[in-house]
Design a protein around this ligand. Structure first.
Ligand SMILES: Cc1ncc(COP(=O)(O)O)c(C=O)c1O
Length: 400
């Protein structure tokens, strides 16, 4: 084990004591502090009942949002919390009326975007949107940037891109895409789920109009804590049809005179906040804020570089960019019988994931050691050589 200073944080993440936890692009490790926060939430509910709203529950989502604003480097009160990215995306899409947009009714997106996001854009056809789905590069790894830029024109209402591609870990040139979109008057929605917490973001500098993402991956903030950032300069013209009383300027007036949208990021709230998730998630995000994304990125680059070198030695091809500047936080290895190998590793407490057309995704965080990364790669080689994954191959063939 090396003496990297960030390893001092390892003790705060109990799962690292019992597992080689390399799946931080999917679900970051739980920090020990999360248990205390959830216990506090339960104590408040038990002892204070409904008064707990006034004791802090009601404003918890704004406190969580403020932590994220710091990590995202965006102005205060520009982030709203949502249960998942699907909800956050539906929220921003509900601000657009494709039918009254005339010829500017197109959504330009990449076939490499996360499938769930694609389902959501594609559903907008029923609301009058026209779709422009841009193919990725033939190598299966990246985007063809020029082709994507060329697809954006004065008929484009929305441009929807993933910042880091979920299969290959390719970093998309968000700045170039936003620049083109702004030139023709289109609005950009950037999905940062695979970059937030691991790749520094410059949303303001790039001019991104809206961004979605979540805390459960690299931010170690558990499920149920996703977010929507909206450029404050765009906010006042956006009137979400997906709304609720928490988005009202004075929710406790219970006015029946119609929605009076808040003037800050709370404009994109819906109803009652998801207090248990928020309580569980803040400890992890606070740690990432303290460690800083810059330091995490530097460490991750070392570890993924090491991983790729070892994979090369073991004859395991990568489906991620070789250039660390082009690569996000995980590395995808093209391994035969990937699903079965993944299951075999999990049974041995080596936790990575498998995705079709990606392979085994291995995602080291700041609490992982170099030894762990090398051990995982070597074990994959041995599993393949000894066919230790055979029993899981049979399982995979079973229906259901
Ligand atoms: C890039 C990206 N976008 C969207 C999603 C879907 O997010 P949710 O389940 O929060 O809607 C995921 C899930 O992993 C993702 O990786």
């Amino acid at each position: 084990m090396t003496s990297d200073p960030l390893l001092a944080w390892r003790q705060h993440f109990p799962i690292t004591q019992r597992a080689n936890y390399l799946i931080n692009n999917s679900l970051g490790a739980m920090p020990a502090g999360a248990r205390a926060s959830v216990t506090q939430f339960l104590d408040q509910w038990e002892s204070r009942g409904v008064r707990a709203w006034g004791d802090g529950w009601w404003v918890l989502q704004e406190q969580f949002g403020a932590l994220l604003e710091g990590i995202l480097g965006v102005p205060e009160r520009t982030v709203s919390m949502h249960q998942n990215v699907a909800v956050a995306l539906e929220m921003i899409l509900s601000c657009f009326d494709f039918r009254s947009a005339g010829p500017r009714n197109r959504i330009v997106y990449s076939e490499r975007n996360f499938p769930s996001d694609q389902y959501i854009y594609e559903a907008q056809v029923r609301r009058g949107a026209e779709l422009v789905r841009v193919p990725g590069r033939d190598d299966g790894i990246g985007l063809d940037l020029q082709r994507f830029l060329d697809a954006i024109d004065d008929r484009t209402l929305l441009v929807a891109i993933d910042h880091v591609l979920f299969r290959s870990s390719w970093i998309v040139d968000a700045a170039a895409i936003v620049e083109k979109a702004r030139r023709v008057g289109a609005f950009v929605i950037l999905d940062t789920f695979h970059s937030v917490g691991i790749v520094p973001l410059k949303l303001r500098e790039w001019g991104v109009h809206a961004a979605v993402g979540g805390a459960l991956k690299w931010l170690c903030g558990g499920p149920g804590n996703c977010f929507l950032y909206v450029d404050p300069d765009e906010r006042s013209r956006l009137m979400p049809t997906f709304t609720g009383w928490a988005a009202h300027k004075q929710p406790f007036l219970f006015s029946t005179k119609g929605q009076d949208y808040r003037d800050d990021g709370g404009r994109f709230f819906t109803g009652t906040p998801n207090v248990p998730a928020l309580a569980a998630g803040m400890a992890g995000v606070a740690i990432v804020a303290e460690v800083t994304v810059g330091a995490i990125r530097a460490r991750n680059r070392q570890l993924t570089q090491l991983l790729l070198q070892e994979a090369g030695r073991q004859g395991l091809p990568s489906r991620s960019p070789a250039d660390p500047a082009q690569r996000g936080g995980h590395v995808a290895l093209d391994v035969p019988d990937g699903y079965a190998v993944c299951q075999t590793l999990a049974a041995e407490e080596i936790v990575v994931d498998f995705r079709p057309d990606a392979g085994l995704r291995i995602a080291p965080h700041f609490y992982n050691t170099e030894d762990e990364v090398i051990a995982a790669v070597r074990r994959i080689r041995t599993i393949l050589d000894t066919r230790a994954h055979e029993r899981f191959r049979q399982q995979e063939r079973r229906p259901g």
